[in-house]
Design a protein around this ligand. Structure first.
Ligand code: NI
Ligand code: MN
Length: 228
């Protein structure tokens, strides 16, 4: 399994069977200027909420690749109006087994409106089982105590957590979240893209290390190969 970082909260996850893309925000992201959006491949695109910094390139990539877009019901309606044909609506708490594995939509504490002001439903995160791994993609969220339920229900191998503060959890809350969800391997996201979310990356990594947590902060365009 290969995990590629396209900047902000956008990751690609690739196995020999499937290519997943999360929260595409590339063309408006100055830190992702070197990413060629027209070369990104995807069989599925997962959207956590309607904010521009999570959905900016979704319509374009979905139409080019023919990927199935998964999001909450309201976001799927909005995407459909823009001509995205392959979609799968879900909502908070729901599970579905796709051809690659199980996906559960879990709560996120945040807000969600679409770039044109349309109501975006509730923000969410995902728990997924793929190629023998179980992971949590938190989306934009505050720390909340029911994250513990994810840790109780699943044996997570790793998680993607926002760490930029101001709009989401900071590194301190993200480290508390790792205790609740019970994992020791996390990929940081939603940091450095805008002035409000600039962080001390080395400080965050060493803070995590002190708690026995491996925090991966991938360079934009960089990737991490999971051992199996
Ligand atoms: Ni947001
Ligand atoms: Mn965001």
């Amino acid at each position: 399994m290969k995990i590629t970082y396209f900047g902000h909260s956008c990751f690609g996850i690739e196995t020999s069977h499937v290519r997943l893309l999360f929260d595409p925000f590339i063309t408006p992201n100055q830190l992702a200027a070197n990413i060629k959006v027209d070369e990104i491949v995807a069989d599925y695109i997962f959207i956590t909420h309607g904010h521009e910094d999570h959905i900016a390139d979704a319509v374009h990539i979905a139409k080019r690749t023919g990927a199935t877009v998964v999001a909450n019901y309201e976001i799927i309606q909005w995407l459909s109006k823009q001509g995205v044909e392959k979609t799968h609506p879900m909502n908070t708490g729901g599970k579905w087994t796709f051809d690659f594995g199980m996906v559960q939509m879990v709560p996120a504490f945040h807000s969600s409106s679409l770039p044109d002001g349309t109501y975006g439903g509730n923000p969410i995160g995902y728990v997924m089982q793929l190629a023998g791994y179980t992971f949590y993609f938190a989306g934009d969220t505050a720390l909340y105590s029911d994250m513990r339920l994810i840790g109780e229900q699943y044996n997570l191998d790793f998680a993607f957590l926002p760490i930029g503060s101001n709009f989401t959890m900071d590194i301190h809350d993200a480290l508390r979240a790792t205790q609740l969800i019970d994992t020791n391997k996390i990929f940081g996201m939603h940091y450095d893209t805008f002035p409000y979310i600039k962080i001390d990356k080395e400080g965050a990594v060493s803070l995590a290390e002190k708690e026995g947590i491996k925090l991966h902060l991938l360079p934009v365009g960089g990737f991490h190969q999971m051992q199996q």
